[in-house]
Design a protein around this ligand. Structure first.
Ligand code: ZN
Length: 542
């Protein structure tokens, strides 16, 4: 699509000049990743039909001077990495949204494309539909999960109700995992004095990515990591060898100021939630703890369908820039290596790719599009205990230094959601789907029964929606499929009179005459066991 960028920019210019002729005020045009945009000063949003009026070929003479086009006393700023070229004749308006570049100014953003031939336009629309199946940003917009806004800042996500449902499900599951491993959940604030970051070393090593500011004669920083706060909780009491391993977990919100050009949907943001955990333990406990962590991590990844050849374990060793002594690094690295060897799971050694404070084990997974993603991480740390002078009292009453293990299984919750959306093409497993069931009454006559079915499902805490739009059944089924709803229940006269449902599941599966109670039982089982497959329909099909 790269070769069309000049054509799109030219199309945006023509469309903007068409608007000026009609008395509108476009102020800026430019290029997005896969389209052009026009920003229009306007108190109200435009409808798609209104915008389409301007999307047509017309010859205008114009000149771009210092990145600006002057026309009828109005100025349009021209952005974008291409020069306007060609003779665009075929246009398509793709999207209209509203944003506020500053207080008191509202801009309507029109996104579209333009081509020289009809074939080019049709090819593009086909390509876009295919891309939209596997781009989490487009899936997220379509499913109404999350958004980013110029006003709130790039890389700073807003999760909508349905996105938050997914987050909560992921968190609930991880809480169960954490409980099963003996973690105690904590909460720590988002902003700390920079003294803390100086002790931890982040101030020195991580400062570029931190948000640091001055307030009341004090310098403060927003946390890029949770570890130092967990360490302070450890230090709030005298700890005995009997207390160890001590495991803290937190769904911690951290902020890392990534470069604007590197931001990418939920895959790379400036603020995200980690399923973080820190284990304080004795040196003789390291191997056993790592063994448990590796085993449990593989279990969790398997739950999402990533197992066997689709998981790769990496052991990363000391990087050139690091803190800590040779002896500490050697000891830590050997523990990880021994565990992996003993478990017999294949792994790869990545020389010099460890964190600056310790060696680590990472887990990569391969998704349905054959791409590898790094997710889970387990990091041994001899350095932070040293910096914070951590202690426990051993069996002889002597003070000893514990070791810290940092771990995250999802890594970033936000990034994990992006990967899952792309991996499943928006068709999430039922337990994660924001809408689990959609009820489609065939006609007005079946609405009462539809309401009853929805009520039964909601009483069982199954996330259920009714589609009462009155569109044709096939249209409603297609919409349910596009929205990623795993099960649709089609209710007609026969179903209503017999208290049954016709189940429509993914993969074009339809089963008629299923007793409502049977369906509820099977779908609850599928949700409770967090099946990746739609096992309810398989059992119903028998
Ligand atoms: Zn940590």
């Amino acid at each position: 699509m790269e070769s069309y960028r000049g054509l799109w920019l030219k199309g945006a210019i023509i469309m903007a000049l068409n608007m000026i002729e009609e008395g509108l005020t476009p102020v800026e045009i430019g290029l997005g990743e896969r389209d052009f945009y026009i920003d229009l000063e306007s108190e109200t949003a435009l409808s798609l039909q209104e915008a389409e009026r301007f999307a047509q070929a017309k010859s205008h003479s114009f000149e771009i001077k210092d990145g600006v086009i002057n026309s009828n006393g109005k100025q349009i700023i021209v952005q974008g990495d291409a020069s306007p070229s060609g003779d665009p004749k075929y246009y398509k308006v793709l999207n209209i949204s509203v944003h506020h570049p500053s207080a008191g100014v509202q801009l309507v953003r029109i996104r579209g494309v333009s081509f020289e031939t009809k074939e080019q336009l049709e090819d593009y629309l086909q390509w876009l539909e295919k891309a939209s199946e596997t781009d989490h940003r487009i899936i997220g917009e379509r499913m109404d999960l999350f958004s980013f806004h110029d006003e709130s800042g790039p890389g700073l996500v807003l999760f909508h109700p349905k996105g938050q449902l997914i987050r909560n499900e992921m968190i609930n599951y991880m809480r169960e995992i954490n409980d099963s491993m003996g973690y105690q959940e904590v909460y720590t604030s988002h902003v700390f004095r920079t003294v803390l970051w100086k002790i931890s070393g982040h101030y020195e090593a991580y400062r570029d990515k931190m948000l640091i500011f001055q307030k009341d004669d004090d310098e403060l920083g927003i946390k890029p990591m949770n570890c130092p706060a967990h360490i302070l909780i450890y230090k709030s009491r005298v700890r005995s060898y009997r207390d160890l391993p001590l495991r803290f977990s937190e769904f911690g919100n951290v902020y890392r100021w990534e470069k604007k050009g590197e931001l990418y949907g939920l895959l790379r943001t400036r603020g995200f939630t980690q399923d973080d955990g820190h284990i304080f333990l004795r040196e003789d406990q390291i191997k056993e703890e790592i063994r448990k962590l590796v085993t449990k991590t593989l279990d969790v990844l398997g739950k999402f369908g990533f197992s066997g050849d689709d998981v790769r374990i990496n052991l990363s060793t000391r990087p050139d820039e690091s803190i800590g002594t040779d002896e500490q690094w050697d000891k830590a690295t050997k523990s990880l290596l021994d565990v992996l060897k003993e478990l017999g799971t294949p792994f790869v050694v990545k020389e010099k790719e460890g964190a600056f404070y310790g060696p680590k084990i990472d887990f990569d997974i391969r998704d349905s599009l054959n791409r590898w993603w790094q997710l889970s991480t387990i990091q041994v740390d001899f350095n932070l205990p040293e910096r914070f002078k951590l202690e426990y009292v051993d069996e002889n009453g002597n003070k000893r230094r514990p070791v810290i293990v940092h771990r995250a299984i999802y890594g970033s919750l936000d990034r994990m959601i992006a990967i899952l959306l792309e991996h499943f093409r928006g068709k999430l497993p039922t337990w994660l789907a924001p809408v689990q069931i959609r009820v489609l009454p065939i006609s007005e006559d079946n609405v009462e029964y539809a309401n009853k079915v929805a009520e039964v499902l909601r009483e069982n805490r199954v996330r259920t929606e009714l589609d009462l739009t009155g569109d044709t059944l096939s249209k409603r089924i297609k919409r349910g499929y596009d929205d990623g709803v795993p099960y649709m229940l089609i209710l007609g006269k026969k179903e209503s009179s017999e208290e049954k449902v016709t189940v429509r599941a993914r993969g074009n599966i339809e089963v008629r005459g299923v007793p409502l109670s049977r369906f509820v039982k099977e779908v609850l089982e599928e949700i409770k066991t967090r099946d990746v497959e739609n096992s309810a329909i398989k059992r119903i099909q028998g």
